[in-house]
Design a protein around this ligand. Sequence first.
Ligand code: ZN
Length: 264
Amino acid sequence: MSYCRFQYQNAIRYGLIERVRGVETIIRTMATAPRSWPELEGAERSDLPLSEARLLSPVEPSKVVCIGRNYREHAIELKHPIPTEPLIFLKPPSSVIATDDAIRRPNTLSQRVDHEGELGVVIGKRCYRLRPGDNVRPYVLGYTCVNDVTARDLQEKDGQWTRAKGFDTFCPVGPVVAANLDPWTGVSVQTRVNGQLRQNGTTVDFLFPLDTLIHFISQVMTLEPGDLIATGTPAGVGPLQPGDSVEVTVEGVGTLKNPVLDLE
Ligand code: ZN
């Protein structure tokens, strides 16, 4: 089960996707962001091949909350200590782009722009100050692919990460939001550059499981429907060059694919 946000002719809508006679088809649509799957399943009927729709970012988050160093091997490759509690930071909503949109390297400001393929969690229900032991699943609408694009040189230079993580186009999200996967039992998260495998992780290697992450974030800020959590990147981060094509594949979601260009 998955949904997209798409443009067709001049309208932008959310669409429930199902395979009909072997073709990925948008079978239900609604104007506003869905908060549950039954809401989508009861929306207006449609019969539009997915290939005829232009995919947009499937979420319009009020914030993107990211987790730093949630995989042991990635912390080691950046020579950071293994954290004892989650490390969170934000990407601005203005950094979000869709699949097929270009990542623009701010080439006059940064000489090193890296890919970070990650599992994205989409919030479906407002969530604030969860108590220990609260079940987080009712707050999760689904999952998507995120590329937490990072100007690595600026991350080191600035000492905090707002600039390095916050450039426009630095948060590709998509192509869809899917429900039929279970990060608790392990889904693979892979990143390819020009078809070559660069990152190959699984969510069973999270240092902090999803329950801990959502609980931790909710002690700080209210998570709103449509908000996105990027759950950290596995080892293998590396630079992107103009002309590259970068793909993030999350098992059960699909592949988020973006060309890389220079800003100037
Ligand atoms: Zn990241």
